[in-house]
Each structure stands twice: as C-alpha cells, then as structure tokens.
Design a protein around this ligand. Structure first.
Ligand code: 9PG
Length: 740
C-alpha cells in the first residue's frame, strides 16, 4: 500500500504543559515520540491488512499531574501530493442520530449544524469558508481521479472525535477531544484508535470501517430487524391509553397482513421528563397494565424514555439537583428546550445516577413487562460541562449511563438508541436511529413558512442543514448511513407514515418512503392511526413487512448529497439479481436514467408495473413524479417465461417466492405469503409466448397479458402454487431454477 499522504504527517497533543508535536512516518511499524516538561506523546503506526492504524498515548513521566485537552493522532499539512483529494467530495456526518450525514463538495459550505445536532468539539466554531469540511468520527474523501481515502476513529470509548479537511491549507486532521482530564504522574492516557484506508471505493472503505468499529466495540447482532407500531408520529404527546387500545384492537384483526412484532408507546405517558415511573392521567390504568394488554393481544410491548434528561419541572431534578451536568458558573447545562421547559443532562460520572438508571430500566422491563425500550435524547449525557468526577470524560460518562440501561434491560430485550452518539453507542444498543425524524410533510419549513406567513424558500441547502423533522432528510440519512446497518446495529430509518389524514405527504412521497425503508432492511415501524388508513395505503405498509434480511447501499453516495440510487443485491435464484430504487428529489416531474450492471437483464418496474427495455446498458425512467421513485427489479434474461415481480413485498420475490419451475409449458410459482395476501404477480414472457390459463392451486384464476408482461391477481390463504400455462411457441425448451 502506498501512503501517498506524504512526508508531512505529524501527531500533536495539547496539554496544560503546552503543545506536543512530532513528525510521523505513515508506514507500518513506524513510531514517534516527543517530550515536553515531563509529558510525553507516543505514537505507533500499525498495519491492519489493507489499512493503517495509529495509536497515540500521553504518558506523564513527570511528578505533577497534567491536564490533557486534545490529541491529534494525525495531521497532514501542505501535502501537495494528495491535495487533489481536497478538491473532490467528502462524506461527512454529525455525532448523533439526527445529525445530517451526506457527501459534499469542497466547493460547498459545510452544513451549519445547530444544537442539538451540532459538532461537539470544543472548537466547533461556525464555518465561514468553503473548502473546510468537518465530520464527527469518520470522514471519507474521493477525487475526480478515482482516488479515495477514509480517515476514521475505530473506537469511541472515552472521547469525542472529529476529522477535518481544509482545502485552502491543504490540511487533514483527526482530533480526539480529551476534555481536559487530569493525568496523574506515572499515568497514561490513550487516544481513540485512528484508522486510514485507501483501498477500493469509499463505500468499500465505509463498510470496512463499520466492521472495524463493530469488532473494536463489540457490536451486538440482533438478526432480522424488528417491526412494530409507534405512537409518536400521529398522536405525539397527546397519546392516550384509549388511542393505544384502539390500535391494538385493529392490529389484532389484521395481524396476518401486518405481522408486527412490537407495539411501542412513545413520549406522552410520563408525568414529567425524569419522572418515568409516574404515569400521567391519560394512562389511568398504568403502564404495567398496558404492557399486559399488548402482550395479551399477541404483540410485544415497547416504550420510550429520555432517560438521560431531567426536566426542570421534574421531581427527580427537585430532589437531586446535584445529578446534572453544570457549566463553569455552576448553572445546569441545558440539553434542550422542549416540553415547555429547559431539560438538563444526567451526570454519568456519579455512581448514584448510574444506579438510578439501572434500577429504572429493571423496573420498566422486569417490573412493567416491556421488551423493547426506545431510549431517546441520549446525546445530553455527552454534553460538555462539569461533572462530579473530573476524571471522567463525557463519552465515558455517556457509556456508563448507557451500560446501565443495558444492565437494567438485560441482554435479550431490544434497546433502540435515538438522539444517540454514533460510535459510543456501539456494543450497547441493538438498533439505532440513523437520521432526523420523519414527519407528515416532505421538507423542513420554518414555522412562518408552514403557517403561510413567509414564502417557501427553494434553497436546498436549507434542507441539508438541519436535523429537524422532515421526510426528505430522514430518507437522505437512511441512504447515506446504510453502510452501518447490520454491522454496528440494525438501522432504524424511522417510521413509515402511509396515512391520508393529518398529512401533507403526497402519494408519491409515501411510495418513496416505503420503497427506501423497505430496501434498507432496517426496522419497519408504522406510526399512523391505522383505523383511518385506507386499504391501498395499508397495502404499502404490508409490502414492507417483514423487513428484508439484508440491506441496500447507495451507490452514488459520494456523487450527490441526496443519493438517487439505492441498490439491493439478490443472492438466491428466487430473488432479483438487483433491485434499484431510483429517486426523483426534484420538485418537478423528470426523466431519470439508470445505468445497468454488465449483463443481459429483464427489467421490471413495480410502481408503473412495466417491463423496461435497456438501450446501450441504460434504462430510461420516464416522467418520474416529483419526490417519487421507481423500483426496478433486474433478472437475468431467460428465453422462457419468468417471474419478475409482485405487489406482495417490495423485495420482488425475495421473501414470498419459494420456488420457480418451468417445464416447457407451465411456469409454477410456489408462494409463501409473508404479510400481504392479496396482490398481483408479474411474469415476463418471451416473444411469441402467450399465457393461456392460470391456476391458484386447482382454482382457475384470471390473467392478463399485454405485450411481454403477464399479470395474475392472487389472494393467498397460505402457501400456494400459481401455475401459468403457455401456448407453446415453436421451440419449447426445458429448464428450471430450483432452490438447492
Ligand atoms: C418524542 C420524539 C420521538 C422521536 C425522536 C425525538 O427539537 N429537536 O431537534 C427534536 C428532534 C427530534 C425529536 C424531538 C425534538 O424527536 O426522534 O422519534 O420519540 O423525540 O419526543
């Protein structure tokens, strides 16, 4: 591996004894050190297969304690040989669930993140220049020549980290913010481990990075993503016990079509933020009773808490004012103004707060009976400020509290992190919200815009900028953080809203949301009043259930801030070889093109129910509606009739098709319904082949054929075989594809 980063690499540290600085050779086995006033910076470079890792320690060899402010295991300045990378594009993200994650060009301004999604570093000043991009934990760079480089911290046990690139200075820097923790004489403090990867595409590098973080941090592996219903996006804080019961009654009736695992009560049951075990009067029979009702109906109970926040009005805060993080003046640090009050952050350096969190979650799970906890607004515990024990840096304080959640919940129940730190949550959560909230509208608007008091601004940079609730931003992060899914945790793309009441989302926007959540393989939660949702919209939800066993990736992650192509790869004969979601982000209808992988394909588009013809390796997708999408299934071209898709599941065969056989005359499709029972199957017929009859089991069913596409409507009670008999074209051939 050539480390063309050049000769100008250094490592630096800021301590109370001053700045330590040493040059560093970027090759395996290299070591460097420097010393100042009894304090030493030691750096080691190691070969990790296709990557290099850099470990940096501060050793206090003196006789007095020192304070350690930051360690930069890598800074490269004026590296002329690679500055090309700083004129390409970079993938950047923020430190927590809601933070924007996207690629930007060095000609753009970085996204102006606002609290609570702002970059956490002490020097997170507003950026005033273009060409200066910052990313929390990991930055991936790529240039026009096709070179790429990932720089990322593989651990997040104690410290907040950031990677920064500055085109004007030709500088790249990876910094670990050590919060000024004291280091005693004789002590050692290690920075989080940094890795560099220059092999393959940025997406390869990000996937490898996720695997590295997963190994280093002991990621949990849940398996198939959970599904469920969540109260938040319809009822918000007004949710009542009766609302939940009404959903339960409906869910019991339609559980075959909507086989959801969990019914999750969100924000709105608690007496106060911090007073979790006291229920408000909208839940008169209490949360243990409701958990039993949910379980009795055949679902597993889930519940929301913001366990690291204390509302200023809460009894817990009144009784324990010393439990919160404070600023230099001794005032509580405000984690967020919400729920009509300031909320403060729990101090995780204290044994009593950690014990309180553990006991709280034991009660919610073992006591009340909840099997799933959505723990929200977690970033609060990692805010800068004064903690009781100054030796505990903020990420460590965060992890102590999150470990207490895990201890209380136990190893087998599901923990969903939300508003949560990314790397620092790995190994402690099963699922992770990886984007801003969805919303019953497409794009973020200010209050004035929503109320029609200001004209809507069309500047897309604004949509980039915020972690505020908006469906476009939620979808964007689902695409841009897809590489985390299955490695670090299961991704939570947030809820799928399909309703027609209380929403401004158009039909096309709902279809895009369903398609992206469906292909993501991530958690699939509904959050509507399902009693009000018309049948054809329930069908959209049903088509995403259960979640696919594997996730899709954004192949144009580094080309656009809002990726247009989300790609899922099939591995079995009953799966499409490829599934492509192609999204129109523009506000007007557009023709889009999809470049196909090399091969000879039959392409079926689900939402327009059409076979598409490739011209020169490109598919033309005509008149894709504003904010709409197309879902294209590619199958190896066959000279016989062939299943190409269905409206039973977005996976287009991946789940519902068990086996396909062709005996020269009849195509037999063995189906195993997973959720949706009533739908259409699509079969591509070669030239001249004419479908004559179709049967569902022994019962004759109607079929339609237009040009090369045969359509049959089915309603399945259970596993069943659909047979379509063809009037034989002259030269019938025998072939079949069976699962081994
Ligand atoms: C409950 C909600 C839901 C939701 C969570 C979280 O002000 N903010 O920036 C802000 C961001 C997200 C947010 C609330 C406020 O939503 O993501 O699913 O559980 O809390 O209050």
């Amino acid at each position: 591996m050539t480390w063309w980063l050049g000769k100008n690499a250094e490592a630096l540290a800021r301590t109370s004894r001053g700045l330590l600085r040493t040059t560093l050779r970027l090759e395996s086995g290299a070591e460097a050190s420097c010393r100042r006033d009894g304090v030493e910076l030691r750096v080691r470079v190691r070969d990790e297969g296709s990557r290099l890792s850099i470990e940096a320690d501060i050793v206090n060899a003196g006789t007095r304690p020192t304070l350690v402010h930051s360690i930069a295991p890598l800074r490269v300045a004026e590296a002329r040989s690679w500055t090309g990378l700083l004129s390409g594009r970079a993938f950047r993200q923020g430190w927590q669930s809601w933070s924007p994650a996207l690629s930007l060009s060095f000609r753009q301004y970085d996204v102006p993140s606002m609290p609570p999604v702002e970059a956490p570093a002490e020097s997170a000043l507003p950026l005033r220049r273009t060409g200066e991009l910052r990313s929390d934990e990991v930055l991936a760079l790529t240039d026009a020549a096709g070179r790429s480089l990932l720089v990322g911290f593989e651990t997040a046990r104690r410290f907040v980290t950031q990677v920064r690139a500055d085109r004007a200075r030709g500088r790249l820097e990876a910094v670990c913010f050590t919060d000024g923790v004291p280091l005693d004489a004789g002590g050692t403090l290690s920075a989080e481990r940094l890795v560099l990867d220059a092999q393959g595409s940025p997406l390869d590098q990000l996937e490898r990075y996720a695997e590295g973080v997963a190994r280093a941090m002991g990621a949990r592996r849940w398996g198939r993503s959970p599904s469920g219903w969540c109260s938040w996006y319809y009822y918000f804080t007004n949710v009542t016990e009766d609302d939940v019961l009404a959903q339960l009654r409906l869910l019991e009736r339609i559980r075959r079509e909507l086989p959801l695992d969990y019914v999750q009560i969100d924000d709105g049951y608690q007496a106060e933020i911090g007073d979790w075990l006291t229920t408000n009067d909208k839940f008169p029979r209490g949360m243990a009773w409701l958990a039993r009702e949910i379980r009795h109906a055949g679902f597993r109970p889930g519940i929301w808490l913001a366990p690291f926040l204390l509302g200023s009005r809460s009894r817990t805060f009144a009784e324990h004012p010393d439990w919160v993080v404070r600023d230099a003046a001794g005032e509580p640090v405000v984690a967020m103004h919400n729920w009509g009050q300031p909320t403060y952050a729990l101090d995780g350096s204290r044994p009593d707060t950690v014990a309180w969190v553990r006991a709280l979650f034991r009660e919610v799970t073992d006591g009340w009976g909840y099997d799933y906890v959505k723990v929200d607004f977690l970033y609060g515990a990692a805010l800068a400020g004064r903690r009781a024990d100054p030796r505990v840096p903020r990420v460590e304080a965060y992890r102590r509290l999150l470990s207490a959640v895990r201890d209380g919940v136990g190893p087998r129940r599901f923990v969903l992190g939300c508003g949560a730190l990314m790397g620092a949550s790995v190994g402690l959560v099963d699922g992770m919200r990886i984007g801003p909230d969805v919303a019953p509208w497409w794009r973020f608007q200010t209050k004035e815009e929503r109320e029609g008091r200001a004209p809507a601004r069309r500047n897309p940079a604004r949509a980039l900028a915020t972690g505020q609730p908006a469906t476009d931003a939620a979808i964007r992060n689902t695409l841009t953080r897809a590489w985390m899914h299955g490695s670090l945790w299961v991704n939570d793309p947030d809820c799928l809203l399909v309703r027609q009441d209380r929403t401004k989302l158009t039909h096309d926007e709902v279809v895009t949301l369903a398609t992206v959540i469906g292909l993501s393989g991530g958690m699939t939660f509904s959050s509507d009043d399902l009693t009000q949702v018309p049948e054809e919209r329930l069908a959209l939800l049903s088509m995403t259930l259960p979640p696919l066993p594997r996730g899709a990736q954004s192949c144009d992650l580094m080309e656009r801030s809002f990726p247009q192509r989300f790609v899922w790869r099939g591995i079995a004969l009953t799966e499409p070889a490829w599934l492509f979601a192609v999204i129109n982000w523009e506000d007007r209808r557009r023709n889009l093109a999809l470049e196909l992988p090399v091969g000879d394909w039959t392409a079926f588009e689900l939402w327009t129910r059409r076979l598409l013809r490739a011209a020169g390796g490109t598919l033309r997708l005509r008149a894709v509606p504003a904010h709409g999408c197309r879902l294209v299934a590619l199958w190896p071209r066959a000279d016989r009739p062939k299943f190409v898709g269905s409206t039973l599941h977005v996976g287009q065969g991946a789940l519902e098709l068990a086996e396909e056989t062709w005996d020269g005359q009849t195509l037999r499709l063995k189906l195993r319904p997973v959720a949706r029972r009533r739908g259409e199957l699509f079969v591509a017929a070669p030239e001249g082949a004419r479908a004559r009859t179709a049967y569902l089991g022994r019962r004759r069913i109607a079929l339609r054929q237009r040009a090369g596409l045969v359509r049959v409507s089915v309603e399945l009670e259970g596993p069943a075989t659909v047979s379509v008999r063809f009037g034989t074209p002259k030269r019938a051939q025998r072939s079949s594809s069976k699962r081994p």
